[in-house]
Ligand binder design. Structure first.
Ligand code: NAD
Length: 736
């Protein structure tokens, strides 16, 4: 059967019906828009305002001709209108509505037809206004608004697509939902807020001094009760049409309000702050969703960096706080006892995901505000069962480390994340946790979708992985601490030790003997103040830039120079880089220094798998260095790198190849043969911040510069990178 949108009949010519008619009249695939309303004046106004082409004087005749029948009458009237028009509908007619509830409308259709017509597709635009009537209609009302369609199991694809395209051509974003789910979601997001606004306005109006109250009412009252100006009849109908979901939401809200009341009554300041900070974070998250952005808009507008070739660089610069330490500071502070203040916290998409996960686990966290975060620790046994799934976004560090902590809880945790996160491999982490007795429900792809609460405490293990990882180490430490059991861990290679260093400040010492780490039983963390140093990975990018550009001298200030993070600096040193650490000090157990770096002639080197293992996410910078050095470099043991680093390696190599760098592949290793880099082409950093910096440096060394797509992730973790790079003489431009 073929469905069309040529002739549209709108029944109910009010705000929504009128807006739909106006928007439809502008579309090339619509020839005729006819209106019908019980109220004759609305029809006449509709013609006068050119909302419709004509009025349906003979409803039966119009229904017989209509390709689309849109019911835009109050919810309560929909069944009556459907029953009236049912006998006259064309077989290929699309019959739809805009009613705010859906289950009742589908039930009504079931009462009217023994076999519901193929073209019957209920819908609901999430758009509107407090005004009613055709005079208030607006052709742009649905622009960038969502329209939810609730097709039936029997709805043909062609019918659904035709209707979806009609709404889309009006500028709407079309979604599909189960009718029951639609009514539940709308009860929470639209119906409850309207009822609260009505109730507040009504309650205040009932006060004896209501006139005074309204006269002095400030913006808060005005904003909150704006929707109480909505049409009472419409909301009356919605309440009864969606009775059960609305009652459930009122009950939940009543419970929340009672908790708020109790916190005020008993002077429970922590509880009150908890409610407010969680609410504020949710509101902010909501705004980001509205703007279609992630925690830091990391997935929104694409960003491209245009880099010019550079000559001598000079001056000072400072890079943002360390990402690894930012995560760990939140995690440890959350399970410490007391209030921890964190300074220099980097607001990356990933570190914000860590904060949100702990908020969902009942930890009160204030900030981040200009790098400051205050965490009200709940102790190792104080986490609470989250109300819904814990969302980790794209943050592999947060998820991997916290799986250890969650595995030791007495409640189940449901885990959600980006599709990228869900495709990664977790075997190396789940294996030791399972040895400790942790249980997980895995997706078909091996993603831990649920951490199952154990019947018993986790048991201690002695663990010696083939290939050590700082995140697995962190997860095992957190799992052991939360279960109150000892841990003995043997590291086959050195991994980042930020967790251990931070823990010392929280009062828990890990004994280390050579490559073996031991955690004693009964460790408890005490809150502390934490100053996060600048990120050495970002700093290393400028060390590399300074090395490659002649007549250059740069100082990168106040950088964390933890020896377990210096692998890249060490390799660059072997390649001939000239740098020195000045003004050395320490903070929270982390060594800090200014890095002074001079131009040098870098030469190719060979790197062993152990050296590569210590590089982590700095790998792109090493590849950039090798591509711009003199002579061939070789990386061995690349097949032993963790999967995500192998993926990163492949992506970088393919970008470098486009620049003429020769990549020779051997079993388990790769040779990089540099060539003079002409540039002048477009590359992609694939939203990896360090890869973006690495390509930026290749760009400044090239003869014609580079355009680098996929740099949004860099902006999110290092927002001022363009300003900092320009300060030392790098010419670059951000587009997007
Ligand atoms: P409205 O009051 O502006 O318009 C409704 C029109 O329907 C009126 O002109 C009325 O005369 C007419 N009408 C009533 N019974 C009729 C009948 N039996 N036959 C023909 N005409 C009849 O209301 P509105 O805001 O346009 O709402 C219409 C529908 O849209 C409702 O079902 C409502 O739930 C839904 N809706 C409204 C909003 C909003 O914000 N206003 C948002 C989304 C959906």
């Amino acid at each position: 059967m073929k469905f069309s949108t040529s002739r549209i009949l709108v029944i109910g010519l009010g705000l929504i019906g009128g807006s739909f008619a106006r928007a439809a009249r502008r579309l090339p695939k619509v020839d005729q828009v006819v209106g019908f309303d019980l109220n004759r004046e609305e029809c006449e106004l509709g013609v006068a305002l050119e909302v419709i082409d004509s009025v349906a004087e003979d409803l039966q005749a119009e229904v017989r001709q209509a390709d689309v029948v849109m019911l835009a009458v109050p919810v309560k009237a929909i069944e009556h209108v459907l029953a009236e028009i049912a006998p006259w509908l064309k077989e290929s007619a699309l019959i739809t509505d805009v009613g705010s509830t859906k289950v009742n409308i589908i039930a009504a259709a079931g009462r009217i037809w023994s076999e519901v017509p193929a073209g019957f597709i209920p819908g609901h635009p999430i758009a509107g206004a407090e005004k009613s009537g055709v005079a208030a209609s607006d052709a742009d009302l649905f622009l960038q608004r969502k329209v939810i369609l609730t097709p039936l199991a029997t709805t043909p694809e062609d019918a659904r697509l035709t209707l979806a395209r009609l709404w889309q051509s009006m500028g709407a974003e079309v979604l599909q939902m189960e009718p029951k789910r639609h009514d539940e979601v709308l009860a929470a997001t639209s119906h409850l807020p309207h009822l609260l606004a009505f109730s507040l306005a009504d309650t205040l109006a009932a006060e004896a001094e209501s006139t005074d109250i309204f006269r002095y009412a400030a913006g808060g009252f005005r904003d909150f009760t704006r929707i109480a100006a909505s049409d009472p009849t419409m909301w009356h109908d919605v309440c009864f049409a969606n009775r059960e979901p609305i009652l459930a939401q009122i009950d939940r809200f009543t419970e929340g309000l009672a908790q708020l009341r109790a916190a005020v009554d008993t002077g429970d300041s922590q509880r009150l702050t908890g409610i407010f900070t969680r609410a504020r974070a949710s509101r902010e998250q909501f705004s980001r969703i509205l703007e279609r952005a992630g925690y830091l808009q990391a997935n929104s507008t694409p960003e491209t960096l245009v880099v010019q070739p550079a000559t001598a660089l000079s001056g000072h610069l400072r890079v943002p706080g360390d990402r690894s330490i930012s995560h760990r500071a939140i995690m440890l502070a959350a399970v410490a006892e007391g209030v921890s203040d964190i300074d220099g916290f980097v607001e990356s998409e990933d570190s914000l995901a860590t904060i949100q996960v702990f908020r969902d686990l009942g930890v009160v966290i204030e900030g981040p505000h200009q790098g400051r975060v205050r965490v009200y620790g709940v102790g190792l046994n104080g986490l609470q069962q989250p109300a819904g799934p814990l969302y980790f976004g794209n943050s592999s560090t947060s998820l991997r480390m916290l799986l250890g902590l969650l595995a030791a809880q007495s409640f189940d945790s449901h885990i959600a994340g980006s599709s990228q996160l869900m495709q990664q491999s977790y075997t190396e982490l789940l294996e030791p946790l399972q040895q400790m007795g942790a249980q997980f429900e895995l997706s078909a792809a091996g993603f831990p979708v649920r951490v199952i609460a154990g019947q018993k405490k986790l048991v201690p293990i002695e663990y010696a992985p083939g290939f050590a990882s700082a995140q697995v180490k962190g997860a095992l430490i957190l799992a052991s601490m939360a279960s109150g059991v000892p841990l003995e861990l043997y590291e086959s290679n050195t991994t980042r030790d930020h967790t251990e260093r931070l823990m010392r400040g929280f009062g828990v010492e890990l004994a280390r003997e050579g490559r073996s780490l031991q955690l004693a039983v009964g460790a408890r963390l005490r809150a502390q103040s934490i100053q996060i140093p600048a990120d050495l990975s970002f700093a290393s990018a400028f060390v590399l830039a300074a090395s490659l550009i002649p007549q250059t001298e740069l100082i990168i200030e106040h950088t964390g120079v933890n020896p377990t993070r210096q692998q890249l600096l060490r390799i660059l040193g072997r390649m001939g880089a000239r740098y020195e650490l000045r003004n050395e000090s320490s903070s929270n157990g982390e060594p800090i220094a200014d890095i002074r770096v001079y131009s040098a002639q870098l030469v190719g080197v060979d790197c062993t798998s152990t050296e590569l293992a210590g590089l982590g996410d700095d790998l792109p910078l090493l590849l950039a260095a090798m591509s711009c050095a003199q002579g061939v470099s070789e990386l061995s043991g690349i097949d032993r790198l963790p999967h995500r680093h192998q993926q990163l390696l492949e992506k970088m190599l393919s970008e470098l190849q486009k620049l003429g760098v020769v990549i020779e592949r051997l079993p388990g290793s790769v040779k990089i043969v540099p060539s003079s880099i002409e540039g002048g082409i477009a590359l992609d950093a694939h939203e990896h911040p360090v890869a973006a910096l690495a390509l930026m440096i290749v760009g400044i060394v090239s003869q014609k510069g580079l355009s680098i797509a996929g740099c949004r992730a860099l902006s999110s973790v290092f927002p001022e990178y363009v300003e900092q790079a320009r300060r030392v003489g790098i010419r670059l431009l951000k587009e997007g």
